[in-house]
Ligand binder design. Structure first.
Ligand code: HPA
Length: 266
């Protein structure tokens, strides 16, 4: 087998100039951007990247640009439920810091807990509830493990997302995202419990990356594509197929939003 590349090898291939903005594209959102590709690596070529086993997730690191903004795109992520490792995204997020990233935008698919956040809409995450009881920093030895998450979601990046939405007439709500480990979807009783706790949406990702991003000193923001009403809240079928289908159907809207957002970070 060929030797895997680490961040130094990749940096030699892409040049030393820092790639300030990074984007993680979630379920069914893998091809959301008109990227002028400079280089593309599949996760299995890179040190510290776990392979993704989820359909709708490509598992590629793409370095390129959108208009004039250089961006590193993680197309596909690994989830805790794929391998039982809460820190499964530690390698990729650390990698981003090594290539000079300061801003990390995360996307995901999520179920809505609120009637006013309907299927097919977008929700900017303003805070999260880590309902899984897991943490990617478990086992970390440094004092930095006692991470302050009071401002886990960067206010300026949230403002930039909201402005980009406004400028493009895209309706977005803001809300609290709860992380459930998955891979099974939630029960109606769990969703009722989450509603009482103050969550607006639920999903199986993102929270570990938000924690890791903050741990590595990145500024972080995240946006959910609402692919369904959560368990027990509607007659819709909840399935991975539905998640991919609705996520795909929202790609154009998300693309418009992200292009406009990235322009602000050139
Ligand atoms: N629950 C958890 N994760 C999800 C959902 C959901 O309803 N929809 C998309 N991802």
């Amino acid at each position: 087998m060929r030797k895997k590349m680490d961040w130094k090898d990749v940096r030699q291939l892409i040049g030393e100039k820092p790639i300030k903005v990074a984007l993680v594209l979630g379920s069914g959102l893998g091809s959301v951007l008109p990227l002028e590709k400079v280089k593309e690596f599949s996760y299995d070529e890179l040190v510290g990247f776990n392979e993704t086993s989820v359909t709708g997730h490509q598992g590629k690191l793409i370095i390129g640009s959108v208009l004039e903004t250089k961006v590193a795109v993680l197309s596909g992520r690994t989830h805790f439920y794929e391998n039982g490792k809460p820190d499964t995204m530690r390698g990729p997020i650390e990698f981003l810091t090594k290539i000079g990233t300061s801003y990390l935008f995360l996307t995901n698919a999520a179920g809505s807990l609120k009637q006013n956040i309907p299927t097919g809409s977008l929700m900017v995450i303003k805070d999260h509830i880590n309902f899984s009881g897991l943490n990617p920093l478990i086992g970390e030895k440094s004092e930095e493990r006692f991470l302050n998450l009071t401002k886990a979601y960067n206010a300026n990046m949230i403002d930039a997302l909201l402005l980009a939405a406004k400028q493009n007439n895209i309706e977005v709500s803001q809300g609290v995202y709860a992380w459930f480990s998955g891979p099974s979807f939630e029960t109606p009783a769990e969703i009722q419990a989450l509603r009482i706790l103050g969550a607006d949406a639920v999903g199986m990702s993102t929270v570990p990356e938000v924690i890791l991003g903050n741990f590595f000193g990145l500024k972080v923001a995240a946006i959910s594509v609402i692919t369904n009403m959560a368990s027990g809240l509607s007659q819709e079928t909840i399935s991975h197929e539905q998640t991919k289908l609705i996520a795909n159907s929202c790609e154009k809207k998300l693309e418009k939003l992200l292009i406009s957002l990235l322009r602000k970070f050139k």
